[in-house]
Design a protein around this ligand. Structure first.
Ligand code: 9WN
Length: 425
């Protein structure tokens, strides 16, 4: 490794060491002072090179907060952090009313299921330590219960695909892909945002978005987090969520085989999910996957980068079309080396606002991983170089302008550092 790369590695390690809270890692000290679900998965992918033991703890602590119904909550609140440090905090979600005593305070939403993939990669980094600690035997049944919650309770459309019931569940909160279904929601009032204490308003969702986020979350809470389609104003079949579930089923097959269990049910599930994804959400004309609004039946035909993430699915039959779309004018991946989160040619593209245009490092990692999986090594190398240089220049920011590479959002962001550590290996 060159001295410059060694310096980058040391700085990335420092971010993860500083953001470690004893059992898990916060995404960033000020803006996100608790544990987030899909962040922990990406963090484990980096942490495994720094401290395999911590990487294992990261996932174990998240699954320690798994609900009895199998859902893995999107936030696990740190009891040592003041309740009003983040909005909506533990009092808003009132999770104990459903989980009962003995569970940590959590939100009641979910986030994309990339955990089994992270668990398998974490195991592979230090198999001996993992075996000694019983990492996979403890995690495997929990991962299975998580996946079965998703396929059992969240298939509102009856098409074999998982629905997300809140933009926060998609991980891509204010993506223009959600504007239409979210626009039908009457915004809540009388709440105080905390995010604007730590980030510029122009880089975050709007107050109107927040009003709608709060309304949807309150309704779910007041229904006791019941997964009845009629109770959810917002319900979409999201390609990113379903693709990560499929990739995670493939990882569960590996985990099952390692533990001496039969991998066949997981491979069958992978095949079933892949077929449903392609049949229902792939748009041949557009060379991209699109989410589908379960209530209106409408395909949300917008250029979200989430529509390219199915490249992470092993054996995806439409990988070539996705690569072509990545290289085309809407994403210009070969030229930029970074994936814009939204179609560059669409009037709604905003280069510095959150999920409406900026490039994110976790998405970059997923595309890099998917490109390698499908033999696209040259483009994968371009993405790797783009992510490393952008993180180096901007300094581990939450997201960057894909055109100018200027940094935005939180500083010292954990998954940015984690992705860098993994790409440097
Ligand atoms: C709401 C923690 C999370 C990420 C999400 C990202 C952002 C939260 C927020 O931060 O969402 O969950 O307060 O804006 O959109 O992907 O997991 O890093």
């Amino acid at each position: 490794m060159t001295p410059a790369r060694l310096g980058l590695r040391a700085r990335a390690s420092r971010v993860l060491l500083d953001n470690w809270h004893g059992q898990s890692t916060v995404p960033s000290g000020g803006l996100y002072p608790h544990q987030w679900s899909w962040d922990s998965a990406f963090i484990a992918l980096g942490l495994r090179h720094l401290s395999p033991r911590r990487a294992q703890r990261e996932l174990e602590s998240l699954f320690g907060a798994q609900w009895p119904d199998g859902r893995v909550p999107h936030i696990v609140f740190d009891a040592a952090t003041p309740a009003d440090a983040y909005f909506p905090g533990p009092g808003f979600w009132a999770s104990a009313a459903v989980t009962g005593p003995g569970f940590p305070a959590t939100s009641g939403l979910i986030q994309p299921p990339v955990h089994a993939l992270a668990a398998w990669e974490t195991f592979r980094a230090a198999p001996e330590l993992a075996r000694e600690r019983g990492f996979l035997p403890r995690l495997y049944p929990r991962l299975v219960a998580w996946h079965r919650y998703l396929t059992g309770r969240r298939d509102f459309g009856g098409r074999g695909l998982v629905c997300v019931v809140h933009p926060w569940e998609s991980g891509m909160d204010n993506s223009p892909a959600w504007d239409e279904p979210l626009g039908r929601v009457r915004p809540a009032t009388a709440f105080t945002r905390r995010d604007l204490d730590h980030a510029a308003a122009g880089e975050r969702p709007t107050d109107l978005d927040y009003g709608r986020y709060v309304r949807l979350a309150r309704t779910y809470r007041d229904l006791g987090y019941a997964d009845d389609p009629a109770g959810h104003e917002f319900a979409v079949e999201d390609p990113l969520t379903n693709a990560l579930l499929a990739a995670s089923e493939a990882a569960l097959a590996e985990i099952a085989a390692e533990l001496g269990h039969d991998p066949a049910p997981h491979l069958a599930e992978l095949a079933r999910l892949t077929a449903a994804l392609v049949d229902v959400l792939f748009d041949e004309g557009d060379g991209c996957f699109h989410a589908r609004d379960v209530h209106s039946g409408q395909v949300l035909r917008l250029g979200s980068v989430g529509g390219l993430v199915p490249l992470v699915v092993p054996g995806l039959p439409v990988a070539d079309a996705l690569v072509k779309t990545m290289l085309g004018p809407r994403f210009r991946l070969g030229e930029l080396g970074l994936p814009p989160s939204f179609d560059l040619t669409d009037g709604r593209f905003e280069p510095a606002r959150y999920w409406r245009g900026p490039a994110w490092f976790n998405i970059g990692w997923l595309l890099w991983h998917g490109l390698r999986l499908h033999g696209e090594d040259e483009l994968a190398g371009t993405v790797r170089a783009g992510l490393l240089s952008a993180a180096d220049d901007a300094g581990f920011r939450e997201y960057v302008d894909p055109l100018t590479r200027s940094g935005h959002g939180a500083h010292d962001f954990s998954w940015t550092a984690a992705v860098v550590l993994d790409l440097l290996e």
